[in-house]
Each structure stands twice: as structure tokens, then as C-alpha cells.
Design a protein around this ligand. Sequence first.
Ligand code: PFF
Length: 461
Amino acid sequence: METQKRDAWSSNFGLVLAATGSAIGLGNLWKFPFITWENNGGAFVIVYLVCILLVGLPIMMAELLIGRRSQKSIVGALRDVAGPAWKFVGGWGVLCGFILLSYYTVIAGWSFFYFWKSLGWTFGGFPADLSTGDLFGAQVGDAWLQFMLSLVFSIATVGVVYFGVQKGIERVAKVLLPVLFGILVLLLVSALGMSGSGEALKFIFEPRFGELEWSGVLEALGHSFFTLSLGMGAMITYGSYISRKQSIVKSAGAIVAFDTLIALVATIIMFSVIFSVAGLSEEVGKSTVGMLFISLPELFYTVMPFGTVLGPLFYVLVALAALTSTISLLEVETSFLIDERGMKRQKAVIVSGAAIFVFTIFAALSFGSTPVLSTMVAFGKTGWFSIADHFVSNWMLPTGGLAVAIAAGWFMTRKATEDELVDGNQPDWFRYGAWRFFIRYVAPVAVLAIILAVILGRDFS
Ligand code: PFF
């Protein structure tokens, strides 16, 4: 078997952009605004920030350091740093990435549909009698359309990962992330000028602790895994391409900061629009999809300044953000096949992409078009998509995150982790002892609390 030269990021900047691209995705634009809404903003946002800082950041560092130490993808990495039996934990991560990518692609595909539609509205005018709820229902219920949207998105993902870490993933992230930031700034400026922006800011940032329930605290914690792409090896895989010259602590800090900033900005934008229409705010938060794909499309064309231009741009933003996430998910699968099965990258990408797409079809058809898939029930959830999301968000990511914390905190030696984090390039504020305390005690206890809550019947998907 001929060995392939291991890919690597060309620079620290490349890693930070690619990993930030992985982190920023539907979690920031689709899930976070919705759960902020459901949990009454304010106190929830503060708790979320605390979770990101105290649990997300230490685990982010742990994943990156496990990757760099081993220079392997998740299965080999955990086996190398923590012991032979840990390859099963790695396998759990590979499975998680497989399932997550299979259904994530479906929502990502919807953004294409809305981009296309909104372009039509920009040039042809928004039809006065259009019900966006009906449009959404027709879109998700059309099996052929769902199949095609998911297929196009899957091909885009495969197309990027095919070219490898530097020439594919890094190159695309370097172009897409600045575009994404640019679009967000335009949207933010326009949203802040709207009449509802003051109320939106108050809703998001005014701490009203009386309104937060314990379940909201756990939801904030659960979401921090999803949004930072933790718990399934994406950051271990990306970490395996980091060179010794880069600082893991600085990179982790930057990735976490960007991801959090974008989640907040997206929420400010959406809520400013929503609060600008009297009465709308009550009905908008009924479902996650409702906010992004039912309320917003109309609002762009009816109330938002420059909405006719910003509408299509917004859906491009959703698509691009999703793409930089799906490529990291596919890279987990690809690098596993390269490292553990000795496959060539191109073959590995196509094999894993095709296998995952089979399951994407199930998810794509589970919104009404195919009754067996839309009505099946498991874990108290109805429909293939919801069941898969429930299983990943509730069971797989938290257990994966717990495993990473235990591997880095309890199975790796102090010297090994210290060597990686205190690598000579670490920032002044970093205290190794504090990290070690968080990864050994705080993160496992916090994640165990989520797992316990799930066992007791709480739902975070
Ligand atoms: N972090 C992504 C988001 O917020 O949408 C989701 C995700 C991507 C999770 C990649 C895990 C992953 F490996």
C-alpha cells in the first residue's frame, strides 16, 4: 500500500478560517436564534456564553490537541493518545458525522431553493397573494425537488473535499468566509436601522434570570457542542493538519470567538426584522424552520430596507455557511477511510459521499412527500429527519464530547497535553492549570448533566 503524504494547512489563518467555517453553519443561523427565542433570550444568552467559555473552549482545545498530537483522523487519533479500546469511541464519532451530514444536507439544500425563489422575487416582485407557509409546505412535500436540492448540495460538498485540505477546504474557506462576513455586515446595518432593533437588542441582551428554566441551561450547553462542531471528531480531524508552529490555544480562541459573534449577529438581524412587524413576534417562534424559511422570506420583501437585494444575499449566506460545515463533516469520513482503510482521497470522498447520500434521500423525503418516512416514530419523534437530529444532538454529540474530555483530561499524560498547549506560541492569558481543571472536572460534570437530562426525557433537538 503506497502511503499518501498527509495534507496540512498552509498557515494558522487557513486552519482558523476552515475551522470557523465548520463551526459557523445552520447551528448559528437556524438553531441558535430559535432556541434563544424559545428560552426568552436575555438570561439564556448569558448562560450560553458561559457554557461556550467554560465547556466549549476547553473541549475545542482538547480536540485540536488530540488531532495535532496524533496527526491522525478520529479513530486513529483516539487510539494513539488514549489507548486501543478508544478506537470504538472514534468509530462512534465517524457514525455521528455520517448521520449528521446525511440530514444537515437537506436543510442546506433548502437554502438553494430560497435563494432561487428570492432572486425571482427581486427581479419579478414579491407576489402580494403568496403565502410563504404554503410555499414552504409545497417545497418540502415535493419529493423530486427535495432529491435534487440535496443532490446538488452533496455534489458541492464532495467537489470541495475531493481536492484535499489545502487546495479544497482551505481555499474555499478563504474565499467564502470573508464573503459571509461581508453579507452579514450588510444585513446587520440594515437590520439595526429598523424600528424593531431596540426591542430585539433588549430581548437578546437584557438579563431576565427569572425567565430562564433549568432545561434552558442544559439546552445552552447541548447547543454549544453542535455549534462548535465538537463531540464527533471534526476538530480532531482539522487539528491533525496543524503544524507545530501554530498555537492551538490561539486558534481555538479565535474559532470560538468568531462562532459566538456570528450566532449573536445573526440573532440580532433576525429579531430586528421580526420585532419590526407588530403582532408577528408572537407567532414567529413556533418552529425552527418557521423563522428562517417562512417568516423571513416575506419580511425581506415587505419591511426590510434594501431587502430586495439582501434577501437573496441572505440565502446565499445560509448556503455558504452550511457548505463550510458539510465539508468538515465529509472530511471526518474521508480522512477515516484514508487513514484506516488506506484509500486514496478521491476514492474515499466519493465512496463516503455516495453512501451518505443514500441516507440523505431518506431525510429529504421525510417532510411529507413519502408517508413511511414522514410518519415513522422513534425516541418520541416523528419522521426520519427529526429522529436522526434527535439522536445526534441528544445522544451522540454529548457522549462524544464527554469521551473527548475524558481522553484528554484523564487518559493522556499531563506532559502530553501540556506540550501541545504550551507550545511556545500560546497567548499570555493562557493558564494550563486552569484548562486542566476544566477538562478534568467541569466539562465532564456538565456534560454528564446533559446526558442525565436526556435519559430523564429532556429533548434538545
Ligand atoms: N457547527 C455546525 C453548525 O453550527 O451548523 C454543525 C456541525 C458541523 C457540527 C460540523 C459538527 C460538525 F462536525
